[in-house]
Design a protein around this ligand. Structure first.
Ligand code: ADQ
Length: 450
C-alpha cells in the first residue's frame, strides 16, 4: 500500500480487513517475471498475497478484458468497448491461475469473499479444484442491463461464473432488478420463492448490500482537521468534487453544469469556486486519456471566460490527496457536487455527509444515477447529470438554502450512513453468505443420500 488509496473498493475493504483480519489476495504487474508466482506482502494488520502477472497478461486481462470490456459494459458505455483477440482467454486464464495458486491457502473453515468484475470466474475455478467453502461475490459497479449484456460475445459465461457463488452481492435494488431481468430474458431464468433465480438448471442468488463507510471514524477525522485557511481564502464559498478521473464520473458534464451556473447566477451574488480533485486512474487506457484532455480543455475555457483578479472559478487538481486532508476539505466545502453519469454506489457522497458539522452542514448535490441515490435522495438535491440546467439550478438552491433546511436534510442523511456503515455492510453480507452456503451444503448432502 503506502500510497493514498483513491479507489472505492480499496478504501472500503481496507477497513473491513483491519477489523476482521484474514488474507487479502490480488494480482500485480511484474515486468521482470516469465512465469506466475504468488508473493506474500506485509499487509500490516492482515496478510496480503499477490499473483504476479506478466506484462502481456496485464495488458490483455487487466487493461483489456476487465477495463476495456467489462468496466465500460457495466457502466452502459458499450460505445467504448475495445474488444481484442485474446482478452477473454487471458481473463479466464488469470482467474484459473489465481485459483490454482491460492488453493493451498484455503482451510476448511474459511469463508471466501471475491470482489468485483476482475474476478467473476474465480469461484467457478475454485469449485473445479474441489473447494466447498462458502464463496460470495460482491460487484462494486452497476449490474449491466439486458441490452448491454447483448454486446458480450460469450454471454453464457456470466451464467456459469455467477452460479458458482453462494451469494452475489449488488449495491442497489436497481442492480438486483437488472440482474433478474438479464437472467430472465437472456438465460430464460425464473425467480424462486426464496430469492434465487433458476436459469438452465443453475441457481444465482442475488441480493443488495449498499456499501457504507466508516462513518463515525470519518466524522471524527474531519472534526479534528485544522481549518484549511492558508490554502483557501476565508470568505471563499466552495463547491467540492472528488472523483477518480473516470468517464463514468461525468466530470466534463459537471464542469459544463458549473459553467451554466456561472452564466445563470445573478451578478450581485459572489460566485462559488469549484475545487475538483480528480485522482489519476487507468491512464494506459485510451478512453481515460480522452476524458483527461477534455477536462483540461473545459477548465481552460471556463477559467479564461469567468476568472477575475482574486477569483478562479475552477481549481482542478489532478492527483490523490491524503484522506485526513480530504476529510478537512469536505468539511470546509459549502456544497458537494457528486454527479456521476452512472455509479455503483459512490462513497464520496457518504464521506461528504460524514465530514459535515451537524450544526452548520453543507449541501449534497447528487446524481440520480449514483447508487447512493437510493439511500440519500431524501436529503440531497437530486440532479440529472446530463442536464447542465439541472446542475445549475441545484447549485443556486444549495447556495441560498437556509441553515434550518441544511440541518434537517443533513440529519436524515447522517442517520442513514451511520446506521448502514461499512461494518453493517460486512456483517450482513457475511451472515447471508454463510446462511446460503449452509443451505447449499445441506441440500447437496440430501441429494447424495437420496
Ligand atoms: P470508485 O469508482 O473508485 O469505486 P467511489 O465510491 O467514489 O468510486 O470511491 C472513491 C474513493 O476514493 C473515495 O473513498 C474517495 O474519497 C477516494 N478518492 C477519490 N479521489 C481521490 C483523490 N483525488 N484523493 C484521495 N482520495 C480520493 C467503486 C465503484 C463505486 C463504489 C465503490 C465502493 O465504482 O460505485 O461506490 O467502488 O463499492
Amino acid at each position: 500500500m503506502g500510497q493514498t488509496a483513491s479507489g472505492g473498493l480499496v478504501v472500503a475493504l481496507q477497513k473491513t480487513m483491519e477489523s476482521q483480519g484474514g488474507v487479502w489476495i490480488g494480482t500485480k504487474l511484474d515486468e521482470s517475471i516469465s512465469d506466475h508466482f504468488l508473493k506474500e506482502y506485509d499487509g500490516g494488520k492482515f496478510d496480503r498475497h499477490a499473483l504476479h502477472l506478466q506484462p502481456s497478461e496485464y495488458n490483455d486481462y487487466y487493461l483489456g478484458y476487465a477495463n476495456s470490456v467489462l468496466w465500460p459494459l457495466f457502466h452502459g458505455r458499450t460505445d467504448l468497448l475495445d474488444v481484442a483477440h485474446g482478452q477473454l482467454a487471458a481473463y479466464a486464464s488469470v482467474n484459473q491461475k489465481l485459483a490454482e495458486a491460492t488453493r493451498h491457502l484455503i482451510t476448511d473453515d474459511d469463508t471466501i469473499w471475491i470482489h468485483d468484475y476482475h474476478f467473476i470466474p474465480l469461484a467457478s475455478e475454485l469449485r473445479k479444484l474441489g473447494v466447498q467453502n462458502p464463496i460470495g461475490f460482491f460487484l462494486h459497479t452497476p449490474f449491466p442491463t439486458t441490452s448491454d449484456v447483448h454486446a458480450l460475445t460469450h454471454k453464457r459465461n456470466l451464467l456459469d461464473w455467477l452460479s458458482a457463488y453462494d451469494l452475489v452481492g449488488l449495491q442497489t435494488q436497481r442492480d438486483v432488478s437488472a440482474m433478474i431481468e438479464v437472467c430472465r430474458t437472456v438465460f430464460g431464468g425464473q425467480m424462486l420463492s426464496d430469492g434465487r433465480i433458476r436459469c438452465q438448471g443453475r441457481d444465482i442468488w442475488p441480493a443488495s448490500f449498499p456499501i457504507g463507510i466508516e462513518a463515525e471514524n470519518f466524522r471524527r477525522t474531519a472534526e479534528a482537521q485544522k481549518p484549511l485557511a492558508p490554502q483557501i481564502a476565508s470568505g471563499q464559498r466552495l463547491l467540492i468534487g472528488v472523483d477518480r478521473l473516470d468517464y463514468s464520473k461525468g466530470l466534463p458534464h459537471k464542469f459544463r453544469g458549473f459553467q451554466r451556473y456561472l452564466e445563470d447566477r445573478a451578478s450581485s451574488d459572489s460566485p462559488l469556486t469549484l475545487l475538483q480533485i480528480a485522482s489519476p486512474t487507468r491512464e494506459d487506457v485510451e478512453a481515460y486519456q480522452e476524458v483527461r484532455r477534455e477536462l483540461e480543455q473545459i477548465t481552460g475555457q471556463v477559467n479564461g471566460r469567468f476568472a477575475e483578479l482574486g477569483y478562479i472559478p475552477i481549481q482542478y487538481i489532478h492527483r490523490s490527496v491524503p484522506r485526513d486532508y480530504l476529510a478537512g476539505l469536505y468539511r470546509r466545502a459549502d456544497i458537494a457536487l457528486v454527479t456521476p453519469l452512472i455509479d455503483g454506489m459512490n462513497l464520496v457522497a457518504k464521506e461528504y455527509i460524514a465530514a459535515q458539522d451537524p450544526a452548520d452542514p453543507g449541501v449534497l448535490i447528487l446524481s440520480e444515477a449514483a447508487g447512493a441515490a437510493e439511500q440519500l435522495k431524501v436529503g440531497a438535491l437530486m440532479v440529472n447529470p446530463f442536464d447542465p440546467g439541472s446542475v445549475s439550478e441545484a447549485i443556486q438552491s444549495a447556495a441560498s438554502m437556509s441553515r434550518e433546511e441544511r440541518i434537517e436534510r443533513h440529519q436524515s442523511q447522517w442517520n442513514e450512513i451511520a446506521r448502514h456503515d461499512v461494518h453493517w455492510w460486512t456483517g450482513t453480507f457475511l451472515n447471508s453468505l454463510k446462511r446460503n452456503a449452509a443451505q447449499r451444503i445441506e441440500h447437496d448432502s440430501i441429494l447424495r443420500l437420496a
